[in-house]
Design a protein around this ligand. Sequence first.
Ligand code: NAP
Ligand code: F7E
Length: 344
Amino acid sequence: MKQKRALITGLTGQDGSYLAELLLDKGYKVYGMVRRSSLERFDRIKHLLDRIHLVQGDLTDQSSLDEAVKRTQPDEVYNLAAQSFVPTSWNQPVLTGEVTGLGVTRMLEAVRRYKRDAKFYQASSSEMFGKVHQSPQNEQTSFYPRSPYGVAKVHGHMITVNYRESYRLFACSGILFNHESPRRGLEFVTRKITYGVAKIKLGLAKELRLGNLSARRDWGFAGDYVEAMWLMLQQDRPDDYVIATGESHSVQDVVNKAFTAAELDPKAYVVVDQALFRPAEVENLIGDASKARRVLGWHPRTSFGELIDTMVKADLHYLGNLSSPLPSTIVGEEGDMPSDSSHP
Ligand code: NAP
Ligand code: F7E
């Protein structure tokens, strides 16, 4: 049988790395799009570099996307690239619209022009539900995004539906709720907490500054969620699916779980910082993934407790094994953000 080819945008991100592992295990030839930077950021994929094929491209540059699709002739395209951090979308709303919104149109155009029969996956987000109209949220729930990121994702979602209907592309959207892992970026709240807990435990920090502790999310494990992406493209017809655990927890729950895992008392270390609150908050998300369970046979395998425990252990292991002192910190919009990064 002919070896299947997949093109992944966002290869260097959390999901890109897990998806590349999954597709390689399934025998795919994997092409990954990376953008030029002054320093290569391959921490999450360095263990895969001899098995994947890198193509240079950027979602803001149509010609590079055209060339990538023309050259690789993929059977499946997974569009995971995005400006994905919600707070940055208020600081850089136009860039977020260009990459996270219009970037999807550009990628669909490249597929339509150069590999029309490729199956296309779009990384849609529960942030599209925003100020929710119903709970739990499913594929029929209306959108009310609360950030420039959420607005851009609605564009990406609807243009994917539109290309399916206009050109009969096999185009699917996965509406994924928050999913985390030891490879999660340090600025997202779960990893900020588990990394912060590990630093405190090892005597490298004295406090952890956080914003809104009462916000609630439906958190799952990224490794489970990339399997759902692949399953969507193996069906007979293209469709959209909510992917979630069906459980919601508060940021305070993550704090309690992570500090307990390290045998620490959060009250002694957590500082609530008003500067970390968002201009418009998404208060409570919880997903109903019953369609994915019924049609794809997908279900999450990792519990909330296992996820946070694993992340704390991985950060303790990583920081405990650092041979040199931590690099100096930079102050970004998230406040005390370490400039070092670890992707176990
Ligand atoms: P991530 O870790 O932030 O990775 C984002 C990826 O996009 C990185 O590889 C980044 O490359 C790339 N990228 C950014 N701007 C680009 C551009 N202009 N051109 C090409 N590539 C660009 O995100 P993730 O957590 O893996 O999420 C994957 C996708 O799912 C994203 O679209 C995200 O919005 C969406 N999503 C995520 C979640 C979640 O909970 N994780 C939930 C729902 C939807 P660099 O490494 O060069 O920066
Ligand atoms: O925030 C609250 C914050 O940044 C979660 C992205 O992958 O999932 C992610 O978006 C909650 C928010 O993720 C801090 O106010 C409190 O309510 O981890 P987060 P997010 O905004 O939900 C969706 C599905 C995506 O699509 C996105 O790409 O936690 N929170 N204190 C904090 N959040 C951060 N980052 N830092 C804090 O100190």
